[in-house]
Write a protein that binds this ligand. Sequence first.
Ligand code: AHM
Ligand code: MG
Length: 333
Amino acid sequence: MPYKRVTLTHFLLQEQRRLGRSGTFTALMQDIITACKMISHEVNRGALAGNLGVAGSENVQGEEQKKLDVLANDIFLHMNALGGTYAAMASEELEDVHLVTGGAEGKYLLLFDPLDGSSNIDVNISVGSIFSILRLPEGASPNSKDVFLQPGVEQVAAGYACYGSSTMIVLTTGNGVNGFTLDRDIGMFILTHPNMSIPAEANEFAINASRARFWEPPVQRYIDECQAGKDGPRGRNFNMRWVASMVAEVHRILCRGGVFLYPTDSEMKKRGGKLRLMYEANPMAFIVEQAGGAASTGRQRIMEVQPTDLHQRIGVVLGSKDEVERIVRYHAE
Ligand code: AHM
Ligand code: MG
């Protein structure tokens, strides 16, 4: 019944009561929700608002920025500074920490990728925003990058917004994973996907196969075995997907299982990998684990990696537990 629906705000308030928490966390999530609604609006208007194409600048990683990368970053920085709940923020698009000044003394740190998968913007394919929330350690100054360098197991909450055929926010606070769909008519996110859970077994894998010549043997072995299908060692057929938008891939895996790999390989070994640990791998690992899946570098649980740099890159293997464990086993062998 439509009028019995639960909004994301109600859901957060219920959680707040259940855990006996103060309202700070609920307030801080409101700012993220508002930012995601605004970004969704801009993504949706696309060419009508002149939002497609490149901005003519590069980010800290030397990647060409799209207009929407810059806009989404500005929206995130602005909306999340107003509530006074964060001490500092870090973004894929900013080299240094962004201090939040002039407000109340914030107790949290926000890390985000404002628009992930931005190579897809101009071709009208799903993109998303990813966020991770950490506590500011007691007595620490938010002035330095060092306060951010906490392993993923320290995350208080993590989530993503997926700007797809509908806009969704998927969220964990360490007590399962819930998905909310934006109802544009009333401007609210509604709980539509309670207790999301990833099937342990899966028949779908996602990897950028154009990098096959650089893959390490365990990755090559896993993909070869999947591709061999019913006649191979796995004894069943697998299907393949690659959206080049991590948010969309993780969302598909949360809905119907599967495994996503962006492993480190011989060509990118020095850089560590393609995806960034702090605002891509860690939040997604937290969500996937909370939904009953697993997330590893192939050799180590992602959330136990001690970060050494804000923009550190890392190999990522995540999704259905049995498949991830198999890939980890292949690395150990
Ligand atoms: P971005 O944050 O610059 O958009 O890069 C991250 C994206 C992921 O969403 C996606 O899985 C990957 O890059 C796609 O890479 P590729 O272009 O090699 O397929
Ligand atoms: Mg990204």
